[in-house]
Design a protein around this ligand. Structure first.
Ligand code: TMP
Length: 217
């Protein structure tokens, strides 16, 4: 019999250190001989990667409306869920996603101000009601996260519509995640990401071992 698939998502403001922590988590879980898929949003399928390009870089998308943005994120996710995530979970494998529907709740709902009822409806439809088993939000002071995001090296000549957001936007994103953690305390856990990479990773390991007691310590 295969063990049940587990679905884990990482969330947070830009600059919170998600990529580094996901890489460490993958190495750790794979060293425990688990079969783990890594996916990212928007993207993760050929169609999703095209939508990612539209959302982030394509000049035709530069002045898109928040409603259009919401639907494009949902379209990329609908494809990823049906093509990759659900089949992997059905096979009993693990899936780690770099962002999922909580990003839409927080970025398009809390930060861009779209009505939360509509955002939740579209989210549920896109994900086939398959919520993550556990969501780790890397929680960092918004000013610090923004400063770190601005220090990151960027590809020359490639404009990114979703970067360069102002501090009030970061504040709304951060507040949105904290609200989610209060509303869904069993699924959504805030991880203090203010210390070193090693400190943050050890908090992640602790949370994962608590949620999935068969993991090696
Ligand atoms: P990232 O891959 O560097 O995290 O960039 C993705 C950007 O897209 C980031 O600014 C967050 C944003 N985003 C949304 O606004 N809504 C969403 O649903 C998702 C998945 C991402």
């Amino acid at each position: 019999m295969t063990s049940p698939g587990r679905f884990l998502t990482f969330e947070g403001c830009e600059g919170c250190g998600k990529s580094t922590q996901i890489a460490s988590t993958l190495t750790w879980l794979r060293s425990a001989k688990l079969n783990v898929h890594e996916v990212r949003e928007p993207g993760g399928t050929p169609l999703g990667e095209t939508i990612r390009q539209l959302l982030k870089h394509d000049p035709t998308g530069h002045s898109m409306r928040p409603e259009t943005e919401l639907l494009l994120f949902a379209a990329s996710r609908a494809e990823l869920v049906r093509q990759v995530i659900l089949p992997a979970l059905t096979r009993g494998e693990w899936v780690i996603a770099d962002r999922f529907h909580d990003s839409t709740t927080v970025f398009q709902g809390n930060a861009r101000g779209l009505p939360m009822e509509e955002v939740n409806f579209i989210n549920r439809f896109a994900i086939c009601r398959r919520e993550p088993d556990l969501t780790l939000v890397l929680d960092l002071d918004p000013a610090e996260a923004r400063a770190r995001a601005l220090r990151r090296p960027r590809p020359v000549g490639q404009k990114d519509r979703l970067e360069d957001l102002d501090l009030p936007f970061y504040q709304k994103v951060s507040d949105g995640y904290r609200t989610l953690a209060r509303q869904e305390p069993k699924r959504v856990k805030l991880i203090d990401a203010s210390g070193s990479r090693e400190e943050t990773f050890s908090r992640i390991q602790k949370e994962l071992c608590h949620a999935f007691p068969t993991l090696p310590r």
